[in-house]
Ligand binder design. Structure first.
Ligand SMILES: Cc1cc2nc3c(=O)[nH]c(=O)nc-3n(C[C@H](O)[C@H](O)[C@H](O)COP(=O)(O)O)c2cc1C
Length: 315
């Protein structure tokens, strides 16, 4: 199922997309859609603070171990109904699973939340299968679990379903296995990458780690992950082309400048998302990036982003 996003730039789930006010601010911005924080069955306070270092030295990125702080899906269903009445832009509900007092298994959590959010008027769902900061291994690392979640959700809902994936880095067999499973379902898009997991920074003045949870280990976003994200976007794009799958690739990771965005489009992304940059620059980033992308297209003889998608040349 196709999902049309214009301009093809949105926020990435998480950064400043948790509260009603934050989501309203995104709805009023030049973002092509509003993507919510990943919501879970029960509200969550998340990990102990400090859990986010917004800016690492030399502006290489951000480091976080948030632990999915969110209002719980009941609240997001209400917020989405409210935003739906007031704004016309697509509302994308990001869904995650996490241990919860109701003891529902993850598949049941995804299914229940997906159904409720479709009813609330969400235009699409983004299944976050890749949260790096919970104790259990992300679902995206286990092919059978990915299959079960996708089966449960795609059976249940009619709105487009996207899947947020982690960087598979140097695990080509796992990448291929997951990519093949995606072909079995009606998936609108793959958003790649979630934060690069298991990264660490140290403050040499205090000789301490910069975040508290998980022994200081967290997920990396921002400029340092751009080449990782481009590689993931490109291999998913190539895989889907080869198998004639109509699954779009949404590029997330490392985008700060219009040139970074162009690289994502060349690699195969048809929509891009900004996470760390949104923390750094706020809503002004959307218009700045889009103006820069349009200028580049014009200067290089393109009429639209679509003409550029996936056209990177081999050397
Ligand atoms: C503070 C913070 C919270 C995040 N929370 C989520 C989340 O709830 N769900 C999700 O899918 N990704 C989450 N992410 C990952 C981002 O959506 C994005 O995939 C990652 O930061 C890479 O993009 P970037 O380089 O533009 O930051 C979070 C990232 C940050 C920095």
């Amino acid at each position: 199922m196709r999902l049309s996003i214009y301009p093809p730039i949105t926020n990435a789930s998480g950064p400043n997309s948790v509260t009603r006010e934050e989501l309203e601010r995104l709805a009023q911005s030049a973002s092509g859609a509003v993507v919510t924080k990943s919501m879970t069955h029960c509200p969550r306070a998340g990990n102990p603070e400090p859990r986010l270092r917004e800016r690492l030295p030399n502006n290489i990125g951000s480091l976080n171990s948030m632990g999915l702080p969110n209002l719980g899906y009941h609240q997001y269903a209400q917020i989405i109904s409210h935003l739906k009445e007031r704004y016309r832009k697509p509302l994308i509900a990001s869904i995650a699973s996490a241990p919860c007092p109701h003891r529902l298994d993850p598949i049941e959590q995804y299914r229940e939340i997906a159904t409720a959010l479709e009813e609330s008027g969400a235009d699409a769902l983004e299944l976050n299968l890749s949260c790096p900061n919970l104790e259990e291994v992300p679902i995206a690392m286990d092919p059978q679990s990915v299959r079960h979640v996708l089966k449960a959700v795609t059976r249940e809902v009619k709105i487009p379903v996207g899947v947020k994936l982690p960087p598979y880095n140097n695990t080509p067999k796992l990448f291929e296995e997951i990519a093949r499973i995606l072909l079995e379902f009606e998936i609108a898009y793959v958003a790649t990458i979630n934060s690069e997991p298991l990264t660490l920074d140290i403050d040499v003045k205090t000789r301490t780690k910069v975040i508290r949870p998980n022994d200081g280990f967290g997920g990396l976003g921002g400029p340092a992950v751009l080449p990782i994200a481009l590689a993931e976007v490109h291999r998913f794009y190539r895989f889907f082309q080869k198998h004639r799958a109509r699954i779009a690739v949404w590029g997330v990771g490392g985008i700060v400048t219009a040139e970074d965005a162009i690289k994502h489009f060349l690699a195969g992304a048809s929509v891009i998302q900004i996470g760390t940059l949104y923390l750094w620059e706020g809503p002004a980033a959307f218009a700045r990036l889009w103006a820069g992308v349009q200028e580049w297209l014009h200067a290089n003889g393109y009429n639209s982003v679509e003409e550029l998608v996936g056209t990177v040349k081999d050397l």
